[in-house]
Design a protein around this ligand. Structure first.
Ligand SMILES: NC(=O)c1ccc[n+]([C@@H]2O[C@H](COP(=O)([O-])OP(=O)(O)OC[C@H]3O[C@@H](n4cnc5c(N)ncnc54)[C@H](O)[C@@H]3O)[C@@H](O)[C@H]2O)c1
Ligand SMILES: O=C(O)[C@H](O)CO
Length: 330
């Protein structure tokens, strides 16, 4: 039986490549980063499978790959898939749920703690030699806000939301509200979480965490009117996608003191532009989209994505097809 041809759009761990080589004829982008669009379009003319990370999979790309049957992304988010184009060309899309939940949840807690206890700001102060003699953590200039026993609101209570809830409630004794597309009785039972509407969540929470996927319905999901509902002492944490928030409205809310601070792993434009006002705000913690970026978790994601692709190409029923394309399996 002939082996399916696969293109890999970015360097992957040797062990994952060795696994793929057992099942497929692979070609890989060997340089740093991700294959640039033009090179990618040239490379996929003959392939049946694509292993990728964030490359836009749209009608143009699919038109360059007439034999393509499956695209497997090394991410749980798949907002870079044009689902209509994939459905109409019968190309299956696969992603990597579950394996990164704990790692991303750890980072969300780190953002909450860093923003509210001013870790990055005060680290910079100490390193700049500006820790004045006589000042101590008891002095008001270094005060922050408590995370423990504060009120947390999670928007998008899915796999990662659940892992955040576990840490926040069981570890930090936080009081939890959540807003989700549908109610999650198991989260209510496990964490004493209270389901409420978005407005109540924003009004009541000391920390608002946004964890929805980016879909046509969640573009600028959190906007000016939402920041206006939040407490002036509240922190806004975004580890979903930059476009789920109206960034200009968030900047205005931070500049005018409508909210106290923010912890951001994602931005409207990535890498974030150097002139973005968020980068000048001491009350905002900024990270370069590293939610899942530990060596073990990135390895697990790459291996899962490779297994997903092999399953899809060898005719067995793949487990991690994105839900909008599962009808292609029937
Ligand atoms: N910063 C990072 O590095 C990083 C890492 C992993 C995931 N993410 C992002 O986090 C997202 C969530 O991942 P997950 O595995 O928890 O996904 P998930 O599907 O398990 O959870 C998402 C939740 O959001 C809810 N939701 C969807 N649309 C909604 C809407 N319009 N209103 C209210 N709720 C809505 C869903 O019902 C679901 O419960 C990913 O899609 C990705 O964009 C970011
Ligand atoms: O969606 C994901 O898995 C992360 O954002 C990494 O890209």
């Amino acid at each position: 039986m002939s082996r399916p041809k696969v293109y890999i759009t970015k360097p992957i761990p040797a062990e994952v490549r060795a696994y793929l080589d057992q099942h497929c004829d692979c070609t890989q982008w060997e340089e740093a980063g991700v294959a640039p669009r033009e090179r990618l379009l040239e490379a996929i003319q003959d392939v049946e499978g694509l292993l990728t990370h964030g490359s836009l999979v749209d009608d143009e790309l699919l038109g360059h790959a007439p034999k393509l049957r499956a695209v497997s992304t090394i991410s749980v988010g798949y907002n870079h898939f044009d689902l209509d184009a994939m459905r109409s060309r019968e190309v299956i899309g696969l992603h990597t749920p579950y394996v990164l939940d704990d790692t991303v949840a750890d980072l969300v807690l780190a953002l909450m703690l860093s923003a509210s206890r001013r870790i990055a700001e005060l680290d910079a102060l100490v390193k700049a030699g500006k820790w004045q003699k006589g000042s101590s953590t008891n002095e008001q200039e270094h005060f922050g806000m408590d995370v423990h026993h504060a009120k947390l609101g999670i928007i998008g209570m899915g796999r990662i939301g659940d892992a955040i809830a576990k840490r926040a409630v069981h570890g930090f004794g936080m009081e939890l509200r959540y807003y989700n597309r549908s109610r999650r009785p198991e989260a209510e039972e496990r964490y004493g979480a209270q389901y409420c509407d978005l407005e109540e969540l924003l009004r009541e929470s000391d920390f608002v965490v946004l964890m929805t996927p980016l879909t046509p319905k969640t573009v600028h999901y959190i906007r000016k009117e939402h920041f206006e509902l939040m407490k002036p002492t509240a922190f806004f944490i975004n580890a979903s996608r930059g476009q789920t928030v109206d960034e200009a409205a968030m900047i205005e809310a931070l500049q005018s003191g409508k909210i106290r601070g923010a912890g951001l792993d994602v931005f409207d434009v990535e890498p974030v532009q150097p002139d973005n006002p968020l980068l000048k705000m001491p009350n905002v913690v900024t990270l370069p989209h590293i939610g899942s970026a530990t060596a073990q978790t990135r390895f697990d994601m790459a291996m899962l994505a490779a297994r997903n692709l092999v399953e899809a190409l060898n005719g067995s029923r793949p487990q991690h097809v994105v839900k909008e394309l599962q009808s292609l399996l029937n």
